[in-house]
Design a protein around this ligand. Sequence first.
Ligand code: IMP
Ligand code: MG
Length: 369
Amino acid sequence: MRCGGLIVRIGANQLVVVQIQGEPELGRLKLIVPSIGQFFTHLQLQEAFGIQDDKRNISKRMFVSPSFNDVRLILNTAQVLSLARAEEPLKLATFDGDVTLYDDGMSLDSENPIIPRLLRLLSHNVAVALVTAAGYPDKDGHHYYRRLGGLIEAVSACSYLSEEQKSRLLIMGGESNYLFQLSTEKQYEPTGLKFIDPSEWMLSEMENWSQSSKIKLLDTAQSVMEECVSSMNLPAHIIRKQHGVGLVPKPGKRMCREELEEVVLSCNRALVISPDTDHSIKFCAFNGGSDVWVDVGDKNLGVTCIRRYLGGIPAEKSLHVGDQFASIIANDYRARMAACTVWIASPQETVDIMDELIEYTERAKSEAY
Ligand code: IMP
Ligand code: MG
């Protein structure tokens, strides 16, 4: 029987994997999960199952069947195994900010255990980039320095990284709107962040978006947010930025997930049906956990622009780590189109999966000698 794609079946005590090259559109997986995207690499699922089974006792459990989290973690391990063992090494690791590198709304301080792991990646000539929705237009990068100072200082001061390796630390802010690169040159003190002109990294499709169409799109989103605040009596105010508009809770207040999702879906719907929308513009409406944002651009473009800026890194040599993959109303979801991905649920899980990636990479290297 002709069958493309990749099929994963989890039985009572076993994981059965069938991976057949061919035409993924005809595969059973596509039938079962129509929204399934492209797989950029093979996934070493059987071995990954063994690794996670040892950690989580999946096959020894009598009453608790394999869970969503078991599957998520097996897939993460399978992805990093295959990246670590590929003939050509990983070239780019991108990370979401909130929940992935630090707790929601917090900063990456010098004590954060992710720092030594990121230094190790840089020392293996992997470029490391933060790809965050948080958008700040200031060219001196002081807002990003405030969030990431611990990492920037650690990389700048690292004695075993070359200047070239240090320059492979990047920040893409506002999903795909502002690019900064680490520089130890005096003129970029005190933040160490060099603003990179969009002409050096922006895709032509993005350059073609007119200013007035972007403003119209954000105006539409803002008016929907205002309507939602009034119709649901939400304890929130609206923040308008150059490339985004957000509905954020008033101090001391919070909105429930259902309210936040109602706002996201209302914005999405209005932008899809409004005659004012320029449909060539990619935008991202998402629930940030305690707030809602509509940004011009998305993390697919953000990661793609970085790949391009770094000389054309292919998707199968890029990995995006994030917490928001649940559905189209989550903002890391789009990065699936531009890179391999791992889906984490806390900063500790990011540390754990980086440890796996580094361990498998170093083991694969030593076995090659
Ligand atoms: P991320 O998880 O690093 O992508 O950051 C998402 C969070 O950044 C949102 O939930 C907001 O709290 C915050 N944020 C700050 N400024 C912006 C913006 O301009 N657009 C979207 N999110 C923003
Ligand atoms: Mg996040």
